[in-house]
Design a protein around this ligand. Sequence first.
Ligand code: AN7
Length: 357
Amino acid sequence: LKGPLSVWKYRALLPVSREPISLKEGGTPVYHIRRIGEEIGIKDAHVKHEGMNPTGSFKDRGMTVGVTKALELGMTSVACASTGNTSASLAVYGARAGIPVIVLLPQGKVALGKIAQALMHGAKVLSIRGNFDDALRLVREMCIENGVYLLNSINPYRLEGQKTIGFEIVDYFGWEVPDRIILPVGNAGNITAITKGLNEMKKLGLIDRVPMMTGIQAEGSAPIVKAIKSGSENITVESKPETVATAIRIGDPVNAVKALNAIRTTGGTAETVTDEEILAAQRMLAVKEGIGVEPASAASVAGMIKLRKMGVIEKDERVVCVTTGHLLKDPETVIKMCESPIEVDATKEAIRKVLGQ
Ligand SMILES: Cc1ncc(COP(=O)(O)O)c(/C=C/C(=O)C(=O)O)c1O
């Protein structure tokens, strides 16, 4: 075997025939979050940490397949709109493939680490005077007019790569598949993709049921949750989505209909959490479990805590929270939220004084 297996371990279930553009993405760890579980009364709570991918988010799974497909189709350049992680991942996989990358970001609303990745890996980075939804509308028109391959999650090959999260969860838990999978929802590609992967595992007879798919959104940016709660077939677009979790600050999710279907057909649900609850969960994961995630990712754990309190999640449920991005993606939010380092003189006395020794 050429090194650790990646998403391409599942090659037989991926619609690509040429040699993959791969950075050994996938194969992310599942961590039992014992302390948090005890605190909220769920003994079988786990985190699948997608921040451990090559660019620090689950997007790498979609991009390894999407960029490989671009080459297979003879495309010569790729583009996306992004709240940050998609652009970071596309920049990396485009560089790996040796083709030019164009990314459109909503001005002033993208975490520092993600911009650093897109810039350093050589993408043409445009800062749009508007929000993500404006950027997505523009990049879709641009790709059609200029023959550039669009790699937002409207592109089905992105979802094909990301469905491997479902495959890995089945590989890890086997027949005793989790009762519930909780994840943050923005453009709603990931919840759609994971559900597809789990349905394929069921069709192959590897599991006899699909976990309840549970989507979490920020209170200020929750079109999917509102549609689930009102029972409607479609979402109402939010024109001014706002949340500290900038990765999921999306008012017009392109995969809305598929996501509503994924939640309803699996007996799942959708719930909102406040920015405060998101930041508290981010801190709790870091301090109590040693797991560092960016704010949007922590929404899944904040959602688990809230749904447990509401009695929606039973105490003996096996729950997996997908944490979608690494802490380092958004250092500014962390610095803002944490106390500053304590300044001391360079003497042992000064340090002893501060440490109260
Ligand atoms: C850390 C993190 N957590 C969750 C989501 C939501 O996933 P989807 O519901 O599949 O969109 C995103 C999405 C980011 C982008 O949409 C983008 O990068 O353009 C993310 O970066």
